[in-house]
Write a protein that binds this ligand. Structure first.
Ligand SMILES: O=c1ccn([C@H]2C[C@H](O)[C@@H](COP(=O)(O)OP(=O)(O)OP(=O)(O)O)O2)c(=O)[nH]1
Ligand SMILES: [Mg+2]
Length: 139
């Protein structure tokens, strides 16, 4: 996006990486105090076929070392979204964490979106489980 020519588009760091790493497109370093959340710009927008979605996931290294994760993990990028992709980070660690421009803060993976058509029904087909859930089969 304009003003972010210094940042490369998201890329996989190794051939076998699943995620495309996303960089922080902050103009100034941004600090997250313990417990604080901030929406971090990434400097890019994209288009993809309606059969795809993108998921924004945390990086395990940041989570493990600093308690930095994505609050809405996994974030959902709709195929029709044309705005800047942003990452909602939260600091669950005990110390402040500062994000510099260009730092890799999250990763983006793609998933297939099945074409589903929903409709209302008067009743549902029987199953053995029925309405049982939330551990009803034991632990
Ligand atoms: O981590 C995220 C999550 C969402 N988005 C953008 C792209 C996505 O397509 C849009 C809407 O996201 P979502 O559907 O999760 O949020 P909503 O609260 O339902 O907003 P909307 O009513 O705009 O769909 O916001 C991001 O940039 N990063
Ligand atoms: Mg939505």
């Amino acid at each position: 996006m304009p003003g972010n020519e210094d940042l490369a588009i998201p890329k996989r760091m190794t051939e076998g990486s699943a995620g495309f790493d996303l960089q922080a497109a902050v103009n100034e370093p941004v600090t997250l105090a313990p417990g604080e959340r901030k929406l971090i710009p990434t400097g890019f927008a994209m288009a993809m076929p309606n059969e795809l979605e993108a998921q924004i996931r945390p990086r395990s290294g940041l989570a493990y070392k600093h308690g930095i994760t994505c609050l809405n993990s996994p974030g959902t990028i709709d195929a029709d979204y044309r705005g800047e992709v942003k990452v909602l980070l939260i600091n669950l660690g005990s110390e402040s964490f500062t994000i510099e421009r260009g730092e890799r803060i999250a990763q983006m993976l793609f998933g297939l979106v099945p074409s589903v058509r929903n409709e209302e029904a008067e009743e549902l087909p029987d199953t053995i489980r029925g309405a049982g859930g939330f551990g009803h089969t034991g632990v």
